[in-house]
Design a protein. Structure first.
Length: 138
């Protein structure tokens, strides 16, 4: 059994941003040489998310709209957590969208269903953040 670790680094100039990281995960699988196993991808920051869904712009806007209804950014005073960073909404949005994904690797490829892609979703940007790719298998 082998393992491989790689970090992805992000810096969004906006508070929120979404990026398809599937090609970077695929590249890491190729680098690892692992043909059969699993890949874990997780956000290494409490105000970011990694999730699987469709790469469709309308859906991405729907996520923004839906999350803002569930945990609106403002007024900051509505949250007990806010104070130094005013990012309580980002913590809540991350809880909804999730921390990580695990995908099977078969024949050196992500074992995906139709339209599935992996995304990094920044919920409190304008600073350096990162995600972890951990691959285990043979």
């Amino acid at each position: 059994m082998k393992s491989y670790r790689k970090e992805l680094h992000f810096h969004f100039s906006t508070r929120r941003g979404l990026v398809n990281i599937t090609p970077k995960v695929e590249a890491a699988i190729n680098e690892s040489g692992i043909q059969e196993g699993f890949v874990l991808v997780n956000a290494m920051n409490i105000t970011a998310s990694v999730f699987i869904n469709d790469d469709e712009a309308g859906l991405h806007q729907d996520f923004e709209n839906w999350l803002e209804k569930l945990a609106p950014e403002k007024p900051y005073s509505q949250y007990h957590h806010n104070g130094f960073e005013d990012n309580a909404d980002a913590h809540l949005k991350r809880t909804i969208m999730g921390r990580e994904v695990v995908v099977a690797i078969t024949g050196g490829k992500l074992d995906f269903g139709t339209w599935e892609q992996i995304f990094y979703y920044e919920l409190d940007g304008m600073r350096d953040k990162h995600a972890l790719i951990k691959i285990i298998g043979e």
